[in-house]
Design a protein around this ligand. Structure first.
Ligand SMILES: Nc1ncnc2c1ncn2[C@@H]1O[C@H](COP(=O)(O)OP(=O)(O)OP(=O)(O)O)[C@@H](O)[C@H]1O
Length: 273
């Protein structure tokens, strides 16, 4: 793991030791009506790692993400974030947890009626009470962090390329200096060069800021180039988890066809490990 390990004097009073998962999901069941989407699912994310989360379309990757973020209700199980059980957290603790997480959603990445600068400032306005000039200064720093020029600040999302939109959305996800970021299909819709550049940026941020990254992706290149570990969702659970080498060695049918199937062979990914 390349990420910077550090002990965690947290702002919510819950100390997470370096070797403890930053996110721990145990026995989580989620359903809608009589349809069970996730059944008794377990998952851990370790501090400083980039975890790639994959699975067939409709397997429930977004449902799990939304459940972790508190946007979907679970029927059973526990979710611990930063060492705290989310169900036992006080309102104030929950707020502080929220401030330590950044999210880049697959769709609706930016508010179309706000400029890039205003988009980045949305979480600042929501959670922090600071003067406008300081917010501007911080937002420009975030722009620089994600490799966007300062002249992107006054632009509206419709004036940006797909790659710039992803970067601006990442800048917004980083607005509050989170410890943990969730990226839902961050490279979808980007050309291969744009996608590779975005992957490099994510790895650089993890290395320099010690970020922990939970990345939902279908992008085999991302999985091979930046993810430390991969978790595969199937049959309503995490079917297999481990390194890319573990994925390449797995005989689980979906994992085998995904990582050693035609597309993977075309990309000659196995040769890169
Ligand atoms: N609010 C909801 N109400 C009812 N069913 C839902 C709801 N949200 C998700 N589902 C269902 O849960 C299942 C899993 O959906 P989800 O969006 O998590 O899949 P996914 O793995 O993220 O797929 P993709 O890779 O295509 O984005 C789907 O069958 C979906 O229709």
């Amino acid at each position: 793991m390349r990420g910077a390990a550090r002990s965690d004097a947290t702002t919510n009073g819950a100390a997470v030791a370096d070797d403890q998962p930053i996110l721990s999901v145990r026995g989580v069941t989620v359903g809608f009506g009589d349809k069970i989407v996730l059944d008794n699912l377990d998952l851990d994310i370790r501090r400083g790692e980039i975890l790639g989360f994959v699975g067939a379309s409709g397997a429930g990757k977004s449902v799990l993400l939304r459940t972790v973020l508190g946007l979907n209700k679970k029927r059973a199980g526990t979710i611990r974030l930063f060492g705290l059980d989310v169900d036992e957290a006080s309102e104030e603790e929950r707020l502080r947890m929220d401030m330590r997480m950044g999210v880049l959603f697959q769709h609706g990445a930016l508010f179309s009626s706000l400029t890039v600068l205003e988009n980045i400032q949305v979480p600042m306005r929501e959670y922090l009470d600071m003067p406008r000039s300081l917010m501007d200064e911080l937002a420009y720093l975030k722009l620089e962090l994600v490799g966007l020029p300062a002249d992107a600040a006054p632009k509206f999302p419709s004036e940006l390329s797909g790659g710039m939109i992803k970067r601006a959305a990442l800048a917004r996800a980083l607005a509050l200096d989170p410890d943990l970021v969730f990226l839902d299909e961050p490279t979808s819709g980007l050309d291969p060069i744009g996608a590779a550049e975005f992957d490099e940026l994510v790895a650089k941020l993890r290395d320099t800021m010690g970020l922990t990254v939970y990345m939902v992706t279908h992008d085999l290149d991302s999985l091979f180039s930046v993810c430390d570990r991969v978790a595969v969702l199937g049959k309503k659970k995490v079917l297999v988890e481990g390194t890319i080498k573990d994925m390449l060695a797995s005989e689980e049918p979906w994992v085998k066809s995904y990582f050693r199937g035609k597309r993977a062979r075309q990309l000659d990914l196995a040769g890169r490990t």
